[in-house]
Design a protein around this ligand. Structure first.
Ligand code: GLA
Length: 399
């Protein structure tokens, strides 16, 4: 075994592992040689800062993708996923036949990147189960990438350092799947630890686990369940705008800009690029203030930062949508809410709210009712603590 963080299997992950083992048996008649788990993540602060070499604050959520896998004698990868209950077959020696625009692109992309690192995986039978909301802005893609990388590298007996593993998963998504994401999701899925907040400098990859001060508040994730379309192209467009703004300013990334520089160059940037850049500059400042608020257990200060972040990502970065606004508006007037913001890429998906622990149930009930009445879409709402990062799970004999 090479990637050897033995993740603490919580009860829900153990249930998912049991399901993955049962599916591996049903689809392929196999018992697992490895079981890997990788969580989704909650971006607490730092919207779209990662691909601008900026700062982020995130936790792993108590939702994960779990993969049970066993080696094959040939080079075929045969995989089953509960996301659409479908099976995929592809040849690990012929990855150029893809991508297919399907869920197994993540698995195939990771396989290709492992090969490029000198870790030749060969064939495998794979069963994937997940309770990370798909397309919800909580990194379901990273969860499947990281779980695939942990499972396949372990099966192949390669030694891969966790940082290299997170980076190769990002490359799989950038180059094979075609989403030019930053490093936030994969790093959080790998390096998060229970009860702590991951602070990451996306330029140097320096990271710190910030102890979360004692508070009586919880993060509550509220999914709009709005089907997201064209997210990758809109996301890639935002990224291109940031790169354009940085080039005009003569800096390598917007991380190096400040408000003074933006003001001086306002005419050069023009209105749209100025707003995009202003979001990144102010969001980086909020991440640093957020780390202090979290350590101090200052719920009021953190709530204020979440709200300012949302306004900035909505008005300056323009990645919100009516459903996210309806959900957030409902959250802001619900009992016990200190602040709320959209998370992840935007254009749909989830908001996260900071809510007094003893008000979570009433909050969820009221927000769900109000959102559903307004949008006619179902709301899915759950609270989460900061969970553990990815790793191998023990193989327990069933029964
Ligand atoms: C998506 C991407 C991340 C990050 C967020 C926005 O989740 O995968 O890299 O850019 O959007 O912060």
């Amino acid at each position: 075994m090479l990637y050897n963080h033995e993740c603490r299997g919580d009860d829900q992950s153990r249930r998912l592992a049991g399901q993955a083992v049962a599916h591996l048996s049903a689809c392929c008649g196999r018992t697992p040689e490895v079981i890997a788990r990788a969580p989704g993540r909650l971006e607490v602060l730092g919207g779209h800062t990662d691909y601008n070499d900026g700062f982020v604050l995130a936790i792993a959520i108590e939702r994960a993708t779990v993969i049970a896998a066993a080696t094959r004698q040939d080079t075929l990868i045969r995989a089953w996923s509960d996301c659409d209950e479908s099976e995929a077959d592809f040849d690990s020696a012929r990855l150029d036949e893809g991508p297919w625009g399907k869920w197994w692109d993540y698995l195939a992309g990771v396989t290709g990147e492992l090969h490029a690192e000198g870790c030749v995986t060969g064939g495998a039978d794979v069963a994937i189960v997940s309770d990370v909301p798909v397309g919800g802005g909580v990194a379901s893609s990273a969860a499947i990438e990281v779980a695939s990388a942990v499972a396949l590298s372990s099966l192949a007996g390669c030694t891969i350092d966790p940082e290299a593993l997170a980076l190769l998963c990002q490359r799989a998504e950038n180059d094979y799947v075609g989403m030019r994401c930053g490093i936030l999701d994969q790093f959080t899925s790998v390096f998060a630890r229970p009860g702590q907040m991951l602070w990451l400098d996306c330029r140097t990859l320096e990271r710190r686990l910030v102890p979360m001060g004692r508070t009586n508040a919880r993060f509550v994730i509220c999914n709009t369940n709005k089907p997201r379309e064209l997210v990758a192209s809109a996301y890639n467009e935002r990224r291109a705008e940031c790169e354009q703004a940085a080039a005009l300013l003569g800096i390598s990334a917007l991380r190096d800009a400040d408000e003074q520089m933006l003001e001086t160059n306002a005419a050069l940037l023009g209105e749209t690029l100025l707003r995009r850049a202003r979001h990144i500059v102010t969001e980086n400042t909020r991440v640093q203030a957020g780390a202090e608020a979290i350590e101090a257990g200052d719920v009021e200060a953190l709530g204020t930062l979440l709200n300012a972040s949302h306004v900035s990502v909505r008005d300056d970065y323009e990645v919100s949508c009516p459903e996210l606004e309806a959900m957030r508006n409902a959250a802001m007037v619900a009992p016990g809410c200190h602040g709320a913001r959209l998370v992840g890429a935007g254009f749909g998906g989830c908001i996260s709210a900071l809510v007094d622990a003893d008000a979570v149930e009433r909050f969820a009930e009221q927000v769900g009712r109000q959102y559903e009445a307004e949008t006619r879409l179902p709301a899915t709402i759950f609270a989460t603590a900061a969970a553990d990062g990815a790793g191998l799970m023990p193989i327990e004999s069933e029964g």
